[in-house]
Design a protein around this ligand. Structure first.
Ligand code: SAM
Length: 371
């Protein structure tokens, strides 16, 4: 499925047609981390020279085609307005297919920058997000689509319009290939989970549940397909271990026998490493943002930890106040941030400079400005 629209350019024309940015290094010559003040299209093209297939993780939070202006205002940093005197941080005035093509151009360069095991997370809202999903499928391949994460961003709002409230936005997660960097995030079980999922308690007070002693799949010739204690695994299934291991489990009290002689494996809560993270996340945005639409640092740290390793390179080419860069820095990753707004660059520099000295002492970054 491909989205067709009038102003859609050929991929090759995008790659060959955009001019590179010329950068002036403001300080930190040669440092691994870079804060680039430029339009990201020309900056990405320039970066392709040195960083093709070298970026391990990309997070972007582009404008959402809201047709508004976002202002730096201490008390109302997230409101859209154009009539008072606050400094405009950035304008979000591309809409419809102009917006989609603006994003597609950048995504095409971003794919070239991603390493084979790299991933991209794209933050977008519920109004334009479904069109962006189709563009992402086209650029990264529908097979590389991993999740559309629902992010709960704020407390419920009581809009007067005749519709349900909106407390979520969307994060589209794609990998470059089948085997992305992945540090499985695990969450602790809540008390309610423990009671619901591990209903039984043994004589030592340990919570557990039981699962079938067999699993799907035939092993016609293997040991796990053989009879054990006079019982054959059901058709299409095999024992979880060979009969000798089942004997050992039984000796250790790890098998529970039902009244009518059906064995099940005991799974203890205290041997589990929490539960899998699902695709509805609650990471509310900062209550006192320093920049409009500033995202939660915890959200960014979560993504950086799950999809990159120490020493990897993280890129955010709509970096705003630098939330991604701070997360990457705190977690020992290298980073490149790009933004064309002077206000964004100022806030990002201020936030980087405020990092605890133990973390900041080895923050070296090149500050580049487009000429
Ligand atoms: C939604 S904000 C990002 C906020 C950021 N995630 C944070 O936590 O602060 C989008 C940013 O994209 C930047 N931007 C928009 N168009 C751009 C372009 N063509 N090149 C570089 N930056 C751009 C804007 O200046 C703005 O700072």
């Amino acid at each position: 499925m491909i989205l067709t629209y009038k102003n859609k350019q050929a991929k090759n024309d995008i790659i060959s047609g955009n001019s590179k940015a010329k950068f002036e290094v403001i300080f930190g010559v040669g440092a691994k981390n870079k804060l680039i003040h430029a339009d990201n299209l020309s900056a990405l093209k320039t970066l392709l020279g040195d960083y093709a297939a070298k970026v391990d993780l990309i997070y972007i939070d582009p404008p959402f085609a809201t047709n508004g202006h976002f202002k730096i205002s201490d008390d109302r940093a997230n409101t859209i307005s154009s009539s008072n005197g606050d400094a405009i941080a950035y304008s979000d005035t591309l809409i419809g297919t102009d917006f989609l093509e603006f994003l597609r151009e950048r995504l095409i360069f971003l794919r070239e920058l991603l390493s084979e095991r790299g991933s991209i997370y794209l933050h977008i809202d519920y109004k334009i997000g479904h069109y962006v999903k189709i563009i992402m499928d086209e650029v990264f391949g529908i097979n590389n689509f991993r999740n559309d994460i629902t992010r709960i961003k704020c407390n419920p709002k009581n809009f007067s319009r005749k519709a349900y409230g909106n407390i979520k936005d969307v994060i589209l997660f794609y990998s470059k290939s089948e085997n992305p960097i992945w540090n499985e995030p695990r969450l602790p079980f809540s008390d309610a989970d423990e009671e619901r999922l591990f209903k039984k308690v043994d004589k030592d007070g340990r919570r557990y549940t039981t699962i079938p002693l067999h699993a799907p799949g035939e092993t016609a010739n293997g040991k796990t397909g053989k009879e054990w204690r006079g019982i054959q695994p059901p058709k299409g299934r095999h024992w979880r271990s060979a009969p000798a291991a089942l004997e050992e489990w039984d000796k250790q009290g790890l098998i529970e026998w039902s009244a009518n002689g059906v064995p099940r494996k005991k799974n203890y809560l205290d041997e589990k490493n929490g539960k899998k993270m699902q695709d509805i996340w609650e990471f509310k945005d900062p209550q006192y943002p320093q920049y409009p639409t500033e995202k939660s640092l915890d959200l960014l740290k979560f993504i950086v930890e799950a999809s990159s390793n120490e020493g990897d390179l993280v890129l955010d080419c709509f970096c705003g106040s630098g939330t991604t860069l701070i997360a990457a820095q705190e977690l020992g990753r290298n980073w490149i941030g790009i933004d064309k707004s002077e206000q964004a660059i100022k806030v990002a520099q201020k936030k980087l400079a405020k990092m605890p000295s133990s973390l900041f002492s080895n923050v070296e970054y090149e500050f580049l400005k487009e000429l």
